[in-house]
Design a binder for this molecule. Structure first.
Ligand code: NAD
Length: 344
C-alpha cells in the first residue's frame, strides 16, 4: 500500500516535492494546498494535482472560478503525511493543526529547528528519523554542506570545517529581492546561521561559516576547507566523493564548465525538468589536499532542488517505509534519475 501524502504550500519547494513524490512507487500524492488562485495554482491543476485551499482564501478561488477539491482540513483528514512547504516561519503556525489530525509532518529549513522532533539530512541521520512524528529537512545550503561533511566524516573523520557561502540573491521568480548590484554581507557577522544549522544534524562537528549574497539567481557556491582526522590523498578523496550518492564531480578541464550558468545550461540540455540539479556539484579541479589532512574545494548548490530528494527520504522515514538510508536513497535517486560520480 502507498503512503498518502499532501503538500501544503505549492511554491518553489512544494511543487518540486509534489512532482518527485508522485514519481515514487510507494508514495501517493493526494493533493496540494494553495492560498492564492495565481499562476502556480493553475500550473498545479494543469499538472494533474488535486487542489485544496486554506479556508480563508476559498472565496478568492471561487471569485476567479478556479475549482478546488476541498480545504486544507479536508486534505489533512485524507493523508498520512503532510509536507509543509509554506514560507519560512509559517510552518510552525500549522504544527498544532497537523498534530490535531494525528498525521506525520515534514517541515522545511526556513523553520526554527524546534518545529520538529529532529533536523534531517539523509546521508547523516536517516535512521534517527525513522518513525518520528515530525522531521525538519534542513535548508539548501545546509543540505549541501551536510552531504559533503557526512560523506567525508564516514570515510576519514572530520575534525574541523570552515566554509564561505556565496549565496544567490533570490530565486528566479523573486523579482522584488536582491541584491541587484552589490556583494552583501549576509549576515554582517561570523558565524552565519549555517554553522549552527549544520550542528542541528551533526552536533559533534566543529564548524564556522560566513556568508555573502550576490546578484545571481541560479545557484549558491561554497568554498569549504576541512581538517580531516586521517591522512588522505586527492585521489582517495575524489574516489570517496565519486561513490557518494547524489554528488556529482565536474571537471572544468574535461567539460569546459566553469560556472553555474553553464551547469544550468547543461541541465537544460539534458532535459531536466525546471533545469533542476538536485545533486551536490563538486568542482573536481579545485579539490586540493595540503599536508595530508587539510582539504579544500569549491562546491555548488542548486537551491531550488537540492532538498527535494531529502524530502522524499524524510517521508519514507516518518511513514516507516524504509529504515535504511541506502535503501531509500536507491529508490529516490532511481526514480528521479539522479547522477553520481564524475560527469565526464
Ligand atoms: P515559496 O514562497 O516559493 O512558496 C511558498 C508557498 O506557500 C507559496 O505557494 C505560497 O502561496 C504558500 N503560502 C503562503 N502562505 C501560506 C499559508 N499561510 N498557508 C499555506 N500556504 C501558504 O517558498 P519556498 O522557497 O518554496 O520556501 C518554502 C520553504 O522551503 C521555506 O521554509 C524555505 O526556507 C525552504 N527552502 C527554500 C529554498 C529555496 O531556495 N527557495 C531552498 C531550501 C529550503
Amino acid at each position: 500500500m502507498k503512503v498518502k501524502v499532501g503538500v501544503n504550500g505549492y511554491g518553489t519547494i512544494g511543487k518540486r516535492v509534489a512532482d518527485a513524490a508522485r514519481m515514487q512507487s510507494d508514495i501517493e500524492v493526494i493533493g496540494i494546498v494553495k492560498t492564492k488562485p495565481d499562476y502556480e495554482a493553475l500550473s498545479a491543476v494543469r499538472n494533474g494535482f488535486d487542489l485544496y485551499v486554506v479556508e480563508e482564501s476559498a472565496k478568492k478561488f471561487e471569485e476567479k472560478e478556479v475549482r478546488f477539491k476541498g480545504t486544507l482540513n479536508d486534505l489533512l483528514s485524507k493523508v498520512d503525511v503532510i509536507v509543509d512547504a509554506t514560507p519560512g516561519g509559517v510552518g510552525k503556525t500549522y504544527k498544532q493543526l497537523y498534530e490535531k489530525y494525528g498525521i506525520k509532518a515534514i517541515f522545511q529549513g526556513g523553520e526554527d529547528a524546534d518545529v520538529a522532533e529532529i533536523s534531517y539530512s539523509t546521508l547523516c541521520n536517516h535512521e534517527e528519523a525513522y518513525g518520528r512524528n515530525s522531521v525538519r529537512v534542513v535548508s539548501c545550503n545546509t543540505t549541501g554542506l551536510l552531504r559533503l561533511i557526512c560523506t567525508l566524516d564516514k570515510h576519514y573523520g572530520v575534525k574541523k570545517v570552515r566554509a564561505v557561502i556565496v549565496r544567490r540573491g533570490a530565486d528566479p521568480k523573486e523579482y522584488t529581492k536582491g541584491p541587484i548590484n552589490s556583494i552583501v554581507l549576509d549576515p554582517p557577522k561570523v558565524p552565519s546561521h549555517h554553522a549552527a544549522d549544520v550542528r542541528t544534524v551533526v552536533p559533534h562537528v566543529n564548524i564556522i561559516t560566513t556568508a555573502v549574497a550576490v546578484p545571481t539567481t541560479l545557484m549558491h557556491m561554497h568554498y569549504v576547507s576541512l581538517e580531516l582526522k586521517t591522512n588522505v590523498s586527492k585521489g582517495e578523496v575524489l574516489d570517496s566523493l565519486a561513490s557518494s550518492p547524489r554528488t556529482l564531480l565536474v571537471s572544468s578541464e574535461d567539460t569546459g564548465i566553469k560556472g553555474t550558468g553553464q551547469l544550468v545550461e547543461l541541465a537544460r540540455d539534458l532535459g531536466r525538468r525546471r533545469y533542476d540539479i538536485p545533486e551536490l556539484v563538486i568542482w573536481e579541479d579545485t579539490v586540493t589536499v595540503v599536508d595530508g589532512r587539510e582539504l579544500m574545494l569549491l562546491q555548488s548548490v542548486h537551491q531550488e532542488s537540492i532538498v527535494v530528494p531529502e524530502n522524499i527520504d524524510a517521508i519514507r522515514a516518518v511513514a516507516k517505509l524504509e529504515k535504511s538510508a541506502d535503501a531509500t536513497i536507491e529508490k529516490t535517486d532511481k526514480a528521479l534519475g539522479l547522477l553520481r560520480g564524475r560527469l565526464a
